[in-house]
Design a protein around this ligand. Sequence first.
Ligand SMILES: Cc1ncc(COP(=O)(O)O)c(C=O)c1O
Length: 458
Amino acid sequence: MDVVNLRLALRAAASHLCRAIATVPARLAPLPMNRRHFVVSATAGVATLNASTPRVAERLVGWAPGSSAVAIADDEDFWFQVQQAFTVDRNNINLNNGSVAPSPRSVQRAQVDYLTMTNMSPSYYVDEMLYPGFEVVRRRLATRFGCDPEEIAITRNTTEALEAVQFGLALERGDEILTTTQDYPSMVTTWRQRERRDGVVLRFISFPSPPPSVDDLVSRVERAITPRTKVIHVSHVYYTTGQVFPVRRICQMARAKGIEVVVDGGHSFAQFPFTRDELDCDYFGTSLHKWLSAPVGTGFLYVRKAKIPRVWSLFASPPEMADNIRKFEGIGTFPVHIRNPITEAVDFWEAIGPERKAARLRLLRRRWVNAVRDLPRVKILTPDDDAQSCALGAMSLDGVTGPQLTDWLMAKHRVHVRPREVPNEFSAIRVTPNVYTTLEEVDVFARAIVHAATRGIA
Ligand SMILES: Cc1ncc(COP(=O)(O)O)c(C=O)c1O
């Protein structure tokens, strides 16, 4: 048996093991993140923190036992291991990990292996091996999100997850949906379509960037509620500036008034650790190709168990599935091989450690922010405290638009960022490092901003 076939055979065997394990979830109930957990996870059919990333995950898990996440945040030996697990092009400095993030080698390899399997016998291998693996994926995501697996639907992205809820909630003509001027455009477009079709009314609040306080954010939402408000739609992390919103307080305040809250978690899951109970939300959608570094085209929808029957699925489902979360997964034939490697992506995240990852991301953001904050014409739009920010940071440069600064950074410095503009509010750039970003890459960006602020971009 050659190496490829051996690996495929192992994966097939592992996949069968997954199914066996999936039937006894108690054995894999949340364990503390330690070496044992990693070994158990790896046995559960993942197999590929492997050949090209030899023992990387194992080394990370066992690193500096007893050290705090903050202590490891500037341990460059640790982060060197993480950087080497990726295949990114270091001739470009990618500081836009917000739109979509690269996968580490282990995830890329798993994706290729599952594609190879698919092509060996598409219907048999997919139905018998790859589909059953979804239940392991569902359980791993649920464990991390702190909910029941029966509350997680695997989707292609945040858009699919949230539109299921946005189109699926029963609303009447004149009912109001309250959102913000910084919510994601596709989600706003979805509500706009419901306005045209169903006669609901979309209303907006704005908030300053950075806001004066968390209380201010909550009170802006609360003050805008009317007797007709039926839904509040907010982002957990704003795609514009990285502002972390007080979702828990919004959900609790709205629940007391009988209002549904749709949480856009496109940018939050796996950026920093949190659970469903910490958000106390009923509906949450995310993309796993962002902060989990899972294959492009993966996401999940969480719906609280009691609410599932109240939401129509986006694609038709039979009445027997009314209370089954899988009703949100019926999308016809699709590239199944991209979903099983979500398990490898969770492994990689756990190997780094969710707390360590968040601490490192904050360190990277603060490194460039502190280098440019006091420059003339620079305004930092992202608050500094841990409760309100993590990896993403946004800045504006007076007299230069976000798109102009973005183009100049790429043309002159090979630095890729994203322009972020909110009409009548700001024109800025959003800067998003990831775990593979080096300190030097952040410093190159910061020096470019020093140049732009003091000598212009002509
Ligand atoms: C806050 C937010 N919501 C939703 C989305 C849509 O994500 P996707 O295109 O993966 O569905 C994005 C994408 O960047 C986002 O930032």
